[in-house]
Design a protein around this ligand. Structure first.
Ligand SMILES: Cc1cc2nc3c(=O)[nH]c(=O)nc-3n(C[C@H](O)[C@H](O)[C@H](O)COP(=O)(O)OP(=O)(O)OC[C@H]3O[C@@H](n4cnc5c(N)ncnc54)[C@H](O)[C@@H]3O)c2cc1C
Length: 319
């Protein structure tokens, strides 16, 4: 008989880790965290540049942490190390390299099916984030340029002519960091940056002022072509430029199909539905982290969701 867990957590990012750690701290023993990557925190590993500053009050959102986790300002590396230590200390049961494919509920129990195994649970928290499916532009991207058109920093090297596309903190942080070892242009379709935190705004103006990078603002991309294996980018002003690599940093999308398959309902604006305890219409099935915010999630927000959900599980009738 497959073991029945008190709690199965899907996704090993801040929301998932927070839920596992809080659950242990508040007395739940029988829990499992399932993560599709080979280690926890795939969004931080893949989308944060090395040595990136990690702000607790991300984008100026002041958050007071509610649970036992003492998350503070740091770097990509210190944050990953801290999460490692939390998982070790909590002796959290984990299943890595396991992508959850479906969640169903029958006779009061959940069945969680991954690419490798099936699990039974009394409660399930879905904390899969939105970066598994990065946003893509409307125009067609030539398949032949697959290696040179990227949505994270995995393939970046040095001394390349790079175009970063986007106007948020991620795009600006990528541009600043990569300009230290590459020739970087940052393209944003609007004339000014309106969503940046103060530090990034100051830095990008400083780097632009000192010509450490180039800004191409108020301009969109019309199309992309393959020019002798390099990326030819045609802009709305009628000019084109050829780059070694183009990196899109234009956010991510809620994995709607997966959530619908798990029985989660959506409101008129296309956002997943849940109540004030982050519980969906299926009792015992919760959403945490970036998939449970309208816009602009953060590590601290995900940790607080986790704490609220675990507290609710312990006081509800699902145990
Ligand atoms: C470039 C960048 C910089 C940022 N900087 C900061 C910052 O400085 N400070 C801050 O507070 N926030 C920052 N954020 C935001 C922060 O990273 C997110 O708000 C936070 O990671 C959300 O946590 P989460 O657990 O909801 O999702 P994620 O961190 O996205 O974790 C989801 C996890 O679920 C896994 N997963 C997905 N689908 C499945 C599946 N079907 N089965 C199993 N596992 C699955 C993924 O592999 C992933 O590991 C930044 C984001 C980006 C992109």
């Amino acid at each position: 008989m497959v073991q029945l867990y008190d709690l199965v957590i899907i996704g090993g990012g801040p929301g998932g880790i927070g839920a596992a750690v809080e659950a242990k701290a508040l007395g739940l023993q029988n829990i499992l965290m399932i993560e599709k990557g080979e280690n926890h925190s795939q969004t931080i590993r893949k989308f944060y540049k090395d040595n990136k500053r990690v702000d607790k009050n991300y984008k100026g959102q002041e958050i007071e942490l509610k649970g036992t986790i003492d998350f503070r300002d740091g770097t990509k590396e210190s944050t990953l190390n801290y999460f490692d230590s939390l998982l070790d200390k909590g002796e959290i049961d984990t299943a890595f390299n396991s992508e959850v494919e479906s969640i169903t509920k029958e006779n009061g129990q959940f069945y969680v099916v991954t690419s490798k195994a099936g699990y039974r649970a009394k409660n399930v928290i879905v904390a899969i984030g939105t970066m598994g499916k990065p946003n893509k532009p409307d125009y067609t991207l030539p398949i032949s340029l697959k290696e040179r058109i990227n949505f994270n920093l995995d393939k970046c090297s040095q001394k390349e002519k790079l175009l970063i596309v986007g106007g948020g903190n991620s795009a600006v942080e990528y541009a600043i960091e990569l300009s230290k070892t590459n020739n970087v242009t940052l393209n944003y379709r609007r004339e000014t940056f309106s969503r940046l935190n103060d530090i990034n705004l100051t830095l990008i103006n400083e780097y632009n002022g000192q010509e450490k990078l180039r800004l191409r603002l108020g301009m969109d991309i019309v199309s992309i072509e393959n020019e002798n294996g390099l990326v030819k980018v045609n802009f709305t002003d009628g000019y084109y430029t050829i780059y070694d690599r183009v990196i899109y940093a234009i956010g991510g999308t809620t994995p709607v199909d997966f959530l619908k398959k798990c029985g989660i309902t959506f409101d008129a604006e296309g956002k997943p539905e849940f109540d004030e305890h982050y519980e969906t219409k299926t009792k015992g099935l919760y959403l945490a982290g970036d998939i449970a915010v309208k816009s602009g999630g953060s590590i601290a927000i995900a940790l607080n969701h986790a704490h609220d959900i675990v507290t609710h599980i312990l006081t509800s009738s699902h145990m």
